[in-house]
Ligand binder design. Structure first.
Ligand code: PMP
Ligand code: GLN
Length: 380
C-alpha cells in the first residue's frame, strides 16, 4: 500500500507517555489532567444513560447541547450563532479540525500554518491534498509572537485557509486584539477562510481576555471556531468538542462530518448540556490554572531552566541551554529516563523539526505531582 501519510509516525504525545510509563517518570508531557472531573458531571452523564439517552442523537448534535454552546458564546463573546444551523458537536476538537480542513481545502489549495503548530493540522491538510505554507512564530522579550507581516507575505491567490490557535499549544502565548486586527487586515477583500483552534479558550491568565474570533464580526463571518470540552471540564478522554461557523460553512462541514463519524455519543452530550447550565466551572478555570502555573513557575525559578512567558493554556515552555546542548528530543528523553520527569520537545510541532532548545511541560496536575516533578527538576 502506498501511504497517504508517508511522513507520519506515532504522535510525540503517545511516544512520550509510553516512555514515561516505562521509566516510572512523572508525566508532564502529554497534555491531560491527572485529576478527575467534578462528580456532578459524571452523575449527569449517568442520569442521561439511565433516562434512556442511548440511541443515535441528531447528526449535528443533541439540540440542548448546541443551544447551551450558542448561549455560552453569546454570553462570553457577544455573537449569536444559530444552534440549529451554525453549531455542530464533534468527536473532540481533533475531528472538528480535520473535518473543517477536509470540507474546504481542495487539492492544490494552500493553507497557512503558523509554527510551532499542533500536530494534527499538517496530516489533515495532506489528506485533503492541500499544500501547507508555514510561517514561524518569533520569540521576543514578551515570548512567542506571530509576525503578521510574514503571514501577509505568505498569503497568495491559492490561499484557501489560515489556521490560528490561541491560547497556543505548545508556546502558551495568546493572541491580543492587535493580532486579531492584523489578521483581519490580511484577509479583508479575499475569500480566505480561517480555522481558529480555541480549545484553551478558558485558560487565559493575568486578567487578559480571550480574543475569540467569535467576538469579531468580520472574521467570524469567515471562520470555523473550534473548542473542546475535554480541556475545559478535565475530561480529555471523552472526546467531545464543537465547531461554530456561519450557516454556509456549517452546511459544508456537516457534509463531511456525517460521513465520517455521523454524530457523537448521546449520553455525554446530554450530561454536558445540563452541566453547562452553570457557568462557574469555566469561569473559575483561569484562577484554578493560574495558581498551578504560578506554583510551577515559582518552583523552577531557582533552577537552571529559563522560563518563557506562559499567558495561556496549561503548558509551560522552558529553555534548557544552561543544562545541555542536546536536541530537544534527546533532552526530553533524558529528562524522562534519568530525571524521571517527562516533557515534550517543541521541535515536534515544526514540519522540519526546527530546534530551539525548548521543551514543554504540562502543569494540569495535582499540586503533589507538580511538587514531585519540581524537586527533580530543581536538582539538575
Ligand atoms: N487543538 C489543540 C491545540 C490541542 O492542544 C488539542 C488537545 N490535545 C486538540 C486540538 C484536540 O482536542 P480534543 O482532545 O478535543 O480532540
Ligand atoms: N493536546 C495534547 C497535548 O498537546 C495531547 C493530545 C494527544 O495526545 N493527541 O499534549
Amino acid at each position: 500500500l502506498q501511504s497517504r501519510l508517508p511522513a507520519v509516525g506515532t504522535t510525540i504525545f503517545t511516544r512520550m507517555s509510553t516512555l514515561a510509563a516505562e521509566h516510572g517518570a512523572v508525566n508532564l508531557g502529554q497534555g491531560f489532567p491527572d485529576f478527575d472531573c467534578e462528580a456532578k458531571l459524571v452523575d449527569m452523564v449517568s442520569e442521561a444513560m439511565r433516562a434512556g439517552h442511548n440511541q443515535y442523537p441528531m447528526m449535528p448534535g443533541v439540540p440542548a447541547l448546541r443551544e447551551a454552546i450558542a448561549q455560552k458564546i453569546a454570553a462570553l463573546y457577544g455573537r449569536a450563532y444559530d444552534a440549529a444551523s451554525e453549531i455542530t458537536v464533534t468527536s473532540g476538537a481533533t475531528e472538528a479540525l480535520t473535518t473543517a480542513i477536509l470540507c474546504c481545502v481542495h487539492p492544490g489549495d494552500e493553507v497557512i500554518v503558523i509554527e510551532p503548530a499542533y500536530d494534527s493540522y499538517l496530516p489533515a491538510i495532506a489528506l485533503a491534498g492541500g499544500v501547507p505554507v508555514t510561517v514561524s512564530m518569533e520569540v521576543g522579550p514578551q515570548g512567542y509572537f506571530v509576525p503578521w507581516d510574514k503571514v501577509s507575505a505568505a498569503v497568495g491567490a491559492r490561499t484557501r485557509l489560515i489556521i490560528i490557535n490561541s491560547p497556543h499549544n505548545p508556546t502558551g502565548s495568546i493572541l491580543r486584539r492587535a493580532d486579531i486586527d492584523a489578521l483581519a487586515d490580511i484577509v479583508r477583500g479575499s475569500n480566505v477562510l480561517i480555522l481558529s483552534d480555541e480549545v484553551y479558550e478558558h485558560m487565559v491568565y493575568d486578567g487578559a481576555p480571550h480574543e475569540s474570533l467569535c467576538r469579531h464580526a468580520e472574521l467570524a463571518a469567515r471562520s470555523f471556531v473550534v473548542s473542546s470540552f475535554g480541556k475545559t471540564y478535565h475530561v480529555t478522554g471523552w472526546k467531545v468538542g464543537y465547531v461554530a461557523a456561519p450557516a454556509a460553512l456549517s452546511a459544508e462541514f456537516r457534509k463531511v462530518h456525517q460521513y465520517n463519524v455521523f454524530t457523537v455519543n448521546t449520553p455525554m452530550q446530554h450530561g454536558l448540556a445540563n452541566y453547562m447550565a452553570d457557568p462557574a466551572p469555566y469561569l473559575d478555570l483561569p484562577a484554578f490554572y493560574q495558581r498551578k502555573r504560578d506554583l510551577f513557575r515559582d518552583g523552577l525559578r531557582g533552577s537552571r531552566f529559563e522560563l518563557l512567558p506562559a499567558d495561556g493554556t496549561y503548558f509551560q515552555c522552558v529553555r534548557y541551554e544552561a543544562i545541555s546542548t542536546a536536541t530537544e528530543t534527546a533532552f526530553a528523553e533524558w529528562l524522562t529516563s534519568d530525571i524521571k520527569v517527562a516533557a515534550i520537545p517543541v521541535s515536534a510541532f515544526y514540519q522540519q523539526g526546527k530546534e530551539s532548545g525548548i521543551v514543554r511541560f504540562c502543569f494540569a496536575k495535582q499540586d503533589e505531582t507538580l511538587q514531585l516533578a519540581l524537586e527533580r527538576l530543581a536538582r539538575i
